[in-house]
Design a protein around this ligand. Structure first.
Ligand code: IYR
Length: 224
C-alpha cells in the first residue's frame, strides 16, 4: 500500500435530469462558441480582483501528480509592457520576414496578423504563463514535474474560458522564440515561457474574421 499525503473526502458531482443536462450542454456550447480571439483591445482598466479570480480558476486545472506546474506572471506596469512589446515585435518581425515558411504565411494570411503587436501595450493586463519543468525543494534539490505541457495547456484553456465568462477578451500570443520573457520577468531556470495572453475589454466596434468551426462529424469519430 502506498502512503498518501491527502485524506480522501466524499465528492458529489452536481447531477441533472437528462433533459436539463442536454439544455445545459447546449447552452455551454453556445456560450463557448461565441468566444473569439481578439487582437484589438480597449485601454479601459479591469480590476485586479477580476484577474486574481481568473488566475485562480485557471489554477484549478488538473495537472500531472497534482504538481500545478505553472506560474502566471501578471503585468500591468506600462514600462514593462512597452519592453515586452518591443522585444516581441523584434522576434515577430524576423519571423514574418524569413523565419516562417511561405506555407505558414499563406495559412495565416486570412487572419490578417502581422509582426506589429500594439495590444501588448493597450491591454490593461498581460498574463505570461510559464511552465515549470521541475521544482526546487527548500534544500535546493530538484523534484520532477510530469506531463508539464499537457497540464499547462489545460490550465490555459481554463484561463481562456474564465476570461470569456467574465465578458473580457484575450488572444493566445506566441512570440517566437519566447526566451526574452524569461529575462524581462526575471524567471528562475526551472521555468519556461509557454503562452502570452493579453486580457481586457475588446476595442470599440472591433471586427474579427468570420471563421467557421468544423462540424461535429469532422472533429469526432464514434465507436458505439
Ligand atoms: N506568433 C505569430 C504568428 C502566428 C502564428 C499562428 I500558428 C497563429 O495562429 C497566429 C499568429 C503571431 O502572434 O503573430
Amino acid at each position: 500500500m502506498s502512503t498518501t499525503a491527502y485524506p480522501f473526502v466524499p465528492y458529489y458531482a452536481d447531477q441533472y435530469p437528462e433533459e436539463e443536462m442536454i439544455e445545459r450542454a447546449q447552452a455551454f456550447n453556445t456560450f463557448m462558441d461565441r468566444r473569439r480571439s481578439v487582437r484589438e483591445f480597449s485601454e479601459k482598466p479591469v480590476p485586479q480582483e477580476v484577474i486574481e479570480q481568473l488566475v485562480m480558476a485557471a489554477s484549478t486545472a488538473p495537472s500531472g501528480a497534482h504538481k500545478q506546474p505553472w506560474t502566471f506572471c501578471i503585468i500591468s506596469n506600462p514600462e514593462l509592457k512597452r519592453q515586452i512589446r518591443e522585444a516581441a515585435e523584434k522576434e515577430e518581425y524576423d519571423s514574418y520576414n524569413g523565419r516562417m515558411t511561405p506555407e505558414w504565411l499563406e495559412d495565416l494570411a486570412p487572419l490578417g496578423t502581422d509582426w506589429e503587436k500594439p495590444f501588448l501595450e493597450t491591454a490593461p493586463w498581460l498574463i505570461v504563463v510559464f511552465k515549470k519543468a521541475f521544482e526546487y525543494k527548500s534544500d535546493g534539490s530538484k523534484r520532477n514535474n510530469y506531463y508539464v505541457a499537457e497540464s499547462v495547456g489545460i490550465a490555459c484553456g481554463f484561463l481562456i474560458s474564465a476570461i470569456h465568462h467574465a465578458g473580457l477578451v484575450t488572444l493566445t500570443h506566441t512570440p517566437s522564440p519566447m526566451n526574452f520573457l524569461t529575462k524581462l520577468l526575471k524567471r528562475p531556470d526551472n521555468e519556461r515561457p509557454f503562452l502570452l495572453l493579453p486580457v481586457g475589454y475588446a476595442a470599440d466596434k472591433v471586427q474579427v474574421p468570420d471563421l467557421k468551426r468544423k462540424p461535429l462529424s469532422d472533429v469526432s469519430a464514434w465507436y458505439k
